[in-house]
Design a protein around this ligand. Structure first.
Ligand SMILES: Cc1ncc(C[n+]2csc(CCOP(=O)(O)OP(=O)(O)O)c2C)c(N)n1
Ligand SMILES: [Mg+2]
Length: 438
């Protein structure tokens, strides 16, 4: 095969970005695994789309076909104990984190063997064991949750990092600014990664965001960023590895903006009137799987025809996943109201009581008598709390205030975590002049 001319930049809508071509590749096994994962996710999503057309799945179906390098490049440098949280376009994210494609497909089908036992569907894939924390239908809704995960890791004094992936559209939500501010203020171990596929549904980025250089969009809130070619699995991998290190070791939250593209519509029901077929075709020319496979052949890492072998392997896996999902039972009807509410004994904290809704929820009345008693206890406790305050005797209005709950968690955070100890001491000094810059 002819030698591929080496280029040092790649064209994106934002201009030229540095290409990973010309830099050395990881070891051969890692390269093969990156290609295998991207190919598996691609074929899995094609099959999910096909099954959706056959009405095997209800609700919405958002495919990330074309965005595989951004997903796999990112997860390939994460540690098993790191957290990943994403959006409603995350079948591939879960698979890349190690979730069995069979269980992801079963979730898409709404079946009992799904990752959320069929309750979540395509938009809510979740795998706590592998620290894939969902799967959220609310645009930007995962950002504050990500900050919470990172705060928990920090308070526990661990080295875990949270990676929060979201779309360009989500960068316009209030959650974006609020989360960036707290992440920077509290020096959270978090990497934000915006999957900039140039559209929020049918609205192009120039029409939905005043600032189109998303890598700078959080800078004013204290979170600096970097742009990377999201179609180049090696470029993403190297970039994210760097940002993970900044989060883990320097406790500096940062933002990565990955330029990527979805070949399919926003969801299965998108007529795609907002973009030109040529544009899609242009991006297909930069296909992350084809281009990486070609590079591996060019650089002698794999033999010609390796991609076809991988495709045959994943074909089998994906067909099995679809058969498994189809054979999985529907969730039992009498489990319809399971896991909707947190009951006091399951959580134990005063904050679990929702004093705004002392009446039982309609659905809860359908439960067995024993269950109804638990719900009554819950709303009685909620009503009492609203009247009298919490166990520590704080009046209701003070106990409920953001200040009280906020200081409560900050107190907890002081125990045993030097990073927080240092920060809190500085806060407590009250002279606004910390001795050591952190
Ligand atoms: C808070 C909120 N507003 C609106 C929607 C409807 N909605 C669903 S997807 C979407 C576009 C989001 O685009 P982007 O963040 O770029 O992600 P992409 O779909 O491109 O991956 C919108 C507006 C929603 N789900 N949640
Ligand atoms: Mg988008």
């Amino acid at each position: 095969m002819a030698e591929q001319p080496e280029t040092s930049t790649v064209q994106t809508p934002a201009g030229d970005l540095e290409s990973s071509r010309g830099r050395s590749l990881p070891d051969a096994d890692t390269c093969r695994e990156l290609l295998r994962q991207m190919t598996l996710i691609r074929r899995f999503e094609e099959e999910a789309g096909r099954q959706y057309q056959r009405a095997k799945a209800g609700g919405f179906l958002h495919l990330a076909i074309g965005e595989e390098a951004t997903i796999v490049g990112t997860t390939s440098v994460m540690e098993p104990e790191d957290y990943l949280i994403g959006t409603y376009r995350t079948h591939g994210h879960a698979i890349a984190r190690g979730t069995d494609p069979k269980n992801v497909m079963a979730e898409i089908f709404g079946r009992e063997d799904g990752t959320a036992r069929g309750r979540g569907g395509s938009m809510h894939i979740f795998d706590g064991e592998r620290r894939f924390m969902g799967g959220y239908g609310i645009v930007g809704g995962n950002l504050p949750i990500a900050a919470g995960l990172a705060l928990a890791s920090d308070l526990k004094g661990t080295d875990e990092v949270t990676v929060c992936m979201f779309g360009d559209g989500a960068s316009n939500t209030g959650n974006f600014g609020e989360t960036m501010n707290l992440a920077a203020l509290w020096s959270l171990p978090i990497v934000f990664l915006v999957e900039n596929n140039l559209y929020g549904m049918g609205t192009a980025i120039e029409r939905h965001s005043a600032v189109t250089d998303l890598s700078h969009k959080a800078e004013g809130m204290g979170v600096p960023g970097e742009r990377v070619d999201g179609m180049d699995v090696i470029a993403i991998r190297e970039c994210v590895a760097d940002h993970l290190r900044m989060a883990r070791e320097d406790r500096r939250p940062t933002l990565v903006e990955a330029f990527t593209y979805r070949y399919r519509g926003h969801s299965a029901a998108d007529p795609e009137v907002y973009r030109d077929k040529h544009e899609v075709e242009e991006w297909r020319q930069k296909d992350p799987i084809e281009s990486f496979a070609k590079r591996l052949v060019d650089e002698g890492v794999v033999a010609d025809g390796f991609l076809e072998e991988v495709r045959a392997q994943v074909e089998e896996q994906v067909v099995e996943a679809a058969e498994f999902a189809d054979a999985s039972p529907d969730p039992p009807l009498d489990s319809l109201y399971d896991n909707l509410y947190v009951l006091p004994e399951e959580s134990g904290g005063w904050y679990a009581v929702d004093e705004r809704t002392p009446d039982p929820f309609r659905g809860e009345r359908e439960r067995e008598a024993a269950e109804r008693d638990r719900v009554r206890d819950l709303h009685e406790a909620g009503a009492a709390y609203a009247e009298e305050g919490d166990d520590e005797g704080r009046p209701a209005d003070e106990a409920q205030g953001g200040g009280a709950s906020g200081s409560h968690s900050r107190e907890q955070g002081r125990s045993g975590h030097p990073r927080h100890d240092q920060r809190d001491e500085d806060d407590d000094r009250g002279d606004g002049e910390p001795e050591d810059a952190i």
